[in-house]
Design a protein around this ligand. Sequence first.
Ligand SMILES: NC(=O)c1ccc[n+]([C@@H]2O[C@H](COP(=O)([O-])OP(=O)(O)OC[C@H]3O[C@@H](n4cnc5c(N)ncnc54)[C@H](OP(=O)(O)O)[C@@H]3O)[C@@H](O)[C@H]2O)c1
Length: 283
Amino acid sequence: MKTILVTGGTDGIGKGLAMDLLKKGNRVIVLGSSLKKGLDFCSEAKQFTDENKVIFLQANLSLVSENKRIIEEIKRNYDELDALVLCAQSQKYSTIYKETDEGFEFSFALYYLSRYVLSYGLKTILEKAKAPIIINVCAPGTKGSVKWDNLQYKNKYNSIKAIMHGSRLNDLLGVSFVENYPNRKIKYVLFNPVAVQTKGATQAYEQPAIRFLVNKIFKLIGKPVNEAIKPILELMERPPNLNLSAYKQKKVVSLTMETFNKDYAERLFKLTEDLLLLVEIIP
Ligand SMILES: NC(=O)c1ccc[n+]([C@@H]2O[C@H](COP(=O)([O-])OP(=O)(O)OC[C@H]3O[C@@H](n4cnc5c(N)ncnc54)[C@H](OP(=O)(O)O)[C@@H]3O)[C@@H](O)[C@H]2O)c1
């Protein structure tokens, strides 16, 4: 039995993965911010799995402090972690710049910083597993460049652009993680599921007309969750040999793209460490 943590495991792609992994007999810890979604997940899962194999942890991962609390809790309660699957995300469309209580732009905090803190924070417990893997479900290979002077998209805010920017930051997180990590036991996978028929994606817009249109488009081009998760489950069963790999569905994304530049990864790593220090200095 493997122990697997799925952030954003109470809905969408994360939920699809978590349910499947439970059905295969694993112990799965799901993480989300809504208590109701978490309790619903548990009662659904308990219809086919042992009560002690399904665990829900409630946390607002847009806060660094919450990520740190979760890391401590996981380390306290489990000897090893076989897989970390990163799915927590909000795709709500907005042009209003929003900061967390810790002073980070919301999407930057949830989509990038949380994944950074969890990847590094759970490294030691992942290393104890036989073949540990981190699956970062994002959008590797997103064209464009990192805005070094506007890392958190403070100017001309638009959530779509901020999310696309966050995808580039996650690509660099994958690169720095394997570069900074001499042991190389943990395989890091960046995975782009493309269009998936989740509520998060299809209800991203408040405006009824746009929501209607997006729904139509996703019905045409999107995959249902149970189809979209298949390549991720395959990667978890047969992890790639490479320390870092990136996929767009089943297709390999070339790591020679600018978005995986090692110097940029090092630069972002240092900037992120500085930002995280600020959270400790200013409580
Ligand atoms: N769906 C697509 O078409 C698509 C395409 C490309 C990439 N992706 C990527 O795939 C991943 C999963 O997407 P999805 O469509 O499955 O998402 P989703 O259906 O919106 O589910 C998001 C999950 O994240 C959790 N979450 C949201 N805010 C949170 C917070 N502050 N703290 C903790 N958990 C939080 C949600 O639970 P709560 O609501 O309880 O917090 C939920 O479990 C994302 O990273 C997304 O960028 C998706």
